[in-house]
Write a protein that binds this ligand. Sequence first.
Ligand SMILES: Nc1nc2c(c(=O)[nH]1)N[C@H]1C(S)=C(S)[C@@H](COP(=O)(O)OP(=O)(O)OC[C@H]3O[C@@H](n4cnc5c(=O)[nH]c(N)nc54)[C@H](O)[C@@H]3O)O[C@H]1N2
Ligand SMILES: Nc1nc2c(c(=O)[nH]1)N[C@H]1C(S)=C(S)[C@@H](COP(=O)(O)OP(=O)(O)OC[C@H]3O[C@@H](n4cnc5c(=O)[nH]c(N)nc54)[C@H](O)[C@@H]3O)O[C@H]1N2
Ligand SMILES: [Mo]
Length: 812
Amino acid sequence: MTQPWTDIKNTDLAIVMGGNAAEAHPCGFKWLVEAKAHRGAKLIVVDPRYTRTAAVSDVYCPIRQGTDIAFLLGVIRYCIANDKIQWEYAKNYTNISYLVKDGFAYKDGLFTGYNEDKRDYDRSTWDYQLGADGYVQQDPTLENPRTVWQLLKAHVEQYTPELVERICGTPKEKYLQVCEMMAATSAPDKAMTSMYALGWTHSSHGAQNIRTMVMLQLLLGNIGIAGGGMNALRGHSNIQGLTDLGLMSNLLPGYLSIPTDKEKSFGDYMSTRQFKPLRADQVSYWRNYDKFFVSLMKSFWGDKATKDNDWGYDYLPKLDVPAYDIMRMIELMNEGKVNGYVCQGFNPVQSIPNKAKTIAGLSKCKFLVTMDPLDTETSNFWKNFGVYNDVKTAEIKTEVIQLPTTLFAEEEGSLASSGRWLQWHWAGGTPPDGVQHDTWIMSQIFLRIKKLYQTEGGAYPDAIMALTWNYKDPEEPSPMELAKEVNGYALADQFDPKDPTKLVLAKDKLMAGFGGLKNDGTTSCGCWIYSGQWNEQGNNMARRDNNDPGNMGTFLNWTFAWPANRRVLYNTASCDPTGKPWDPSRKLVEWNGTKWTGVDVIDMPLDAPPGKVSPFILNQEGTARVFARALLRDGPFPVHYEPFESPVKNVINPAIRGNPVSRVFQADVASFGNSDEFPYAATSYRLTEQFHYWTKHNRVNSVLQPEFFVEISHELAAEKNIKNAGWVRVWSKRGEVKAKAYVTKRIQPLICDGKAVHVVGIPLHWGFMGTAIKGWGPNVLGPVVGEPNTDTPEFKAFLVNVEPTTPPTPIA
Ligand SMILES: Nc1nc2c(c(=O)[nH]1)N[C@H]1C(S)=C(S)[C@@H](COP(=O)(O)OP(=O)(O)OC[C@H]3O[C@@H](n4cnc5c(=O)[nH]c(N)nc54)[C@H](O)[C@@H]3O)O[C@H]1N2
Ligand SMILES: Nc1nc2c(c(=O)[nH]1)N[C@H]1C(S)=C(S)[C@@H](COP(=O)(O)OP(=O)(O)OC[C@H]3O[C@@H](n4cnc5c(=O)[nH]c(N)nc54)[C@H](O)[C@@H]3O)O[C@H]1N2
Ligand SMILES: [Mo]
């Protein structure tokens, strides 16, 4: 999130599109309830279903799943046509006036450089024109046809309300009402907040869904201001921490990236990361990349990381493919190239698409280790659950080892919330006998592997041997030690850069924050954005002071927010280029004539004059990007593409299936269905009463939501002769499930291009372990397609068929 949850109370308009916050984020949602009650804020919900969030909205607007880009490009078109742009913001704080390379073009759904065989682009033209000084060329009048502004205008021109209605199934009148409400927040003193989650990310064009709203929010001047922002409402209580700490196969902590195998040396690696400013006077904060990276290497390898060995660069794994996400791992198991799997706090049989493929992959492994407090469907994948499944147990040779762990609530530690708050928590219960913390298990595995290397040798033991492990109890590091290691230490006395005789931090003290990190090996830091979480002031994550001077919801002494305890990112964009707040009644920060002051931690050097240094300091340009350059693999502007399995043809270019850059494994091509055989548009989602596949082990939750059901409209029920609460068979090219039918007005057919599209809603919480009545969920049915930038599966839009059926035979 660019703003904290608490800042949502300051909004004028919230748009929940691509999520269902009242259901899945009920605790954070209260800040929107505050905004509605105290500011008269309005709420728009755009969702294929009338959800629990829609039930408390001012406007509910239906949309066919997978078509948000067309919808939002149409809103941008509306804002341009009706002069609803926050001009001063857009001209000063975004790249709309920059000139784009002459070679760049767009036609019929594709940009310059597409290679069909590779399903990828040559992205070299997707960039700015640079002058001899290395700076971007600009036309402040915006008249030059190569400006981002003129290219954008041409790009969105085709997304008329009529085309949006044809694609999205959104009635034109409703659409125009939403356009008008959103456009009204272009006034400098109006704020709109965007709240999204999986309805956008679980798509073969997920990153571009988000980008389209970013572009709109920038044109409306709604980012960095109180009550405005772009907010990914995250999933598990610490999933924000997962990406922050680099637990993705292509990331290192702090959004540094894993080297690729083409980057043979540290020099190669740094050459594409340490960005120079593209405009005079700009901060370009990633210039400090080497400080963050070298400090990380020092925290990994300690004294074994030296200038001479490039800080241990060779110890790091190098990526040969964009990512080793779970779908690639299952694919590799099926190809026989991966034969062991360690599965920690993860239930892929339930949670990733195409269960049959997942089980086939696991069946080919030599071993599967699960680390989980619960008995999961994954650790029992080899069982045949009667009529629901036809696993041939006797043929499976995979050895399954279950390691019972504690649950996160049974140990101390920090959780990173969607709003980037790192909140310390204390153990909430005593674990049962015979289970261990994850840290104990991981330490045992590490120590034993190290011992094996020591006694038996092996190929390249260097990285394991070099890893620092200087914990008080090497058998189990404490959460406090780990949190301090992540914060970072001075490895030598640190002096004031302006006065080298002045000691600012003695050796072995905790770093105050990332501002002090060095590239010379004299500092360590396990995750630069978390630096400051536990410094010489103490554990800042444990702070619980709820004073809020200014009443702006920044709560600076409540826990710690990354980066640098800043609550609203880019917060100097809340002021005009002279440093005065756009809205004096919602003042976050301001320029007092000599420096920046305010109720939030300033996102700028304190003495940086407004109007000169632009607020988006991480970018080389200092400005935010309406034109994304080559940041995303599938285009510098978003384009409407259909989901990979869609009930209708792409009206812009019928020859394009799905996102032309989405990742598809050859082995899966035969498993994709089409709308003749599978006419209905399925989507999947969660219910407040259950948490994924855990709470079905709990009787209370199981009483509240006992039984697997699918939701359909009255119209589809009538067409197929399906009775409410009657049994249905739902099937795709990949498998079938039986479920109870829930016939509801909350799902209505959408009229797309003159044709009625029926939505089938599939909640995901059931399985075969635990106490709820049994049944498989949506991942028996969904396709294996990866979003090109993140490899996220297309869980939210795929094709199924449905018919009435008899009840399944109960399982013993
Ligand atoms: N009680 C409870 N809370 C949870 C969880 C839980 O299991 N139980 N899970 C947590 C996790 S891990 C996560 S990631 C979050 C997820 O939070 P959400 O993303 O809010 O949860 P979903 O239920 O997946 O809701 C997605 C919504 O998007 C809609 N949708 C589907 N496709 C589209 C589309 O193409 N466009 C638009 N505009 N909307 C679409 C669906 O109809 C649905 O209402 O929830 C978290 N919170
Ligand atoms: N069709 C469809 N599929 C989806 C989604 C969807 O919307 N539609 N949503 C997707 C999303 S957003 C998510 S996040 C995934 C969720 O998918 P998973 O993460 O696979 O599902 P969970 O049930 O949350 O599994 C987490 C496991 O962690 C265990 N656990 C809890 N605490 C601890 C701990 O401290 N240590 C260890 N070792 N284990 C612990 C729990 O017991 C549980 O078994 O599902 C994805 N799959
Ligand atoms: Mo999630």
